[in-house]
Design a protein around this ligand. Sequence first.
Ligand code: PMP
Length: 443
Amino acid sequence: MTDRPTLPGAMPNAYQPGKGNLPPGDQALVARRQRLLGPAYRLFYETPVHLVRGEGVWLYDKDGKAYLDTYNNVASVGHCHPRVVEATARQSAIFASHTRYLHDGILEYAERLLAHFPPALSHVMFTCTGSEANDLAFRIARAQTGGTGFIVTENAYHGVTHAIAGMSPSLGAGVPLGEHVRTVPAPDPLRLAGDVGAAFAAGVQAAVDDLLRHGIRPAALIVDTVFSSDGVFADPPGFLAPAVGVIRRAGGLFIADEVQPGFGRTGQAMWGFQRHGLTPDMVSLGKPMGNGYPVAGLVMRPEVIESFGSKARYFNTFGGNAVAAATAMAVLQVVEDEGLMQNAATVGALFRAGLEDLATRHDALGPIRSAGLFLGAEIVAGGDPLAADAAACGRIVNHLRDNGVLISATGPRANVLKIRPPLVFSAENVAFFLDRLEAALKA
Ligand code: PMP
């Protein structure tokens, strides 16, 4: 068993200078990045990948080597989907401006997007990134509740602004949490005693009590509804509801961060929160929304923005511009027309069954969790589900990379294989992945 390795900036699967097998050309590129972009950026893999092109579920490096992309939830409808590319190009050639002029595009998209939400969630505001969406949710929650306290999970990631980095403990000890932020244990059935929903809610209650004890009124509980950076926790459906009850009784709001699970990835529903049979107060969206074009948003109940809207105005120069709206519209149409949510359910189930079958032959493959095409598989030592093996997990991720498959690792112990392919993934792609994973496990 190994503890979490010391990684720069606490990111699993980060490139560490001096390791790996970089060809001289890429060594020069790494040095040039360092010189130009400075010290805060990280690269993936022991030997970073130098990509130049993408198509569907495949990415190609500068030498033409193909990689099966089992990781990029941004290019959710497939890399460079022709319909999305065409929509972006067409609108770019006509008009690209912001939300201070009247334009149909943003409204047509808003109507189409909101039709996928429960009727109570009937406003949407547009941003460029998930971080901005969460930052806006943060401001609205404070204005609406008069509280300032926020509750997040122990290894959450919600974004990069000052306020939101301060509620993203997965950034590591170098990025301090805000004084008004409390963390709760992830809903990990292996590590929480008893019923997961009750145990998770008890954690939220303890956080509420601690905030109040320090004279801080709770403003919101915010969670990624598949708990990606905590290690992927989706089951049992409904487990989130009691915790939402706790925050609401304390006068706080519930914010569902759908930046990772949203837009059909979890298979049975468009949004991860629907798995839990609840309606959030706000829902942040991002990553897959523009299939690579920077568009994100915040969906909310109209009543939560009354206070904020009466005092403040909101303008985001690029958020919701005409090109963003056209691009996001094309993405949503592709998700609908190509039945990608259904594909996530069927191919996801097949994927999970394949991983479970592999686990019967390989002790290192421990607990497997998933919802649709969002899968997490723990790498453990000696077949013990609690013996996280970060080092072996890192070796598997790098072995796969060397053999043409891209995934990464996640979780507080850096031992969870994070599998999150484009939603156009096929049964054939799953078979290819499982074959390469088995080779990695044997190696
Ligand atoms: N929330 C979650 C759950 C995320 O995974 C991310 C990005 N990894 C964000 C928010 C922030 O999104 P962005 O990088 O677009 O600012």
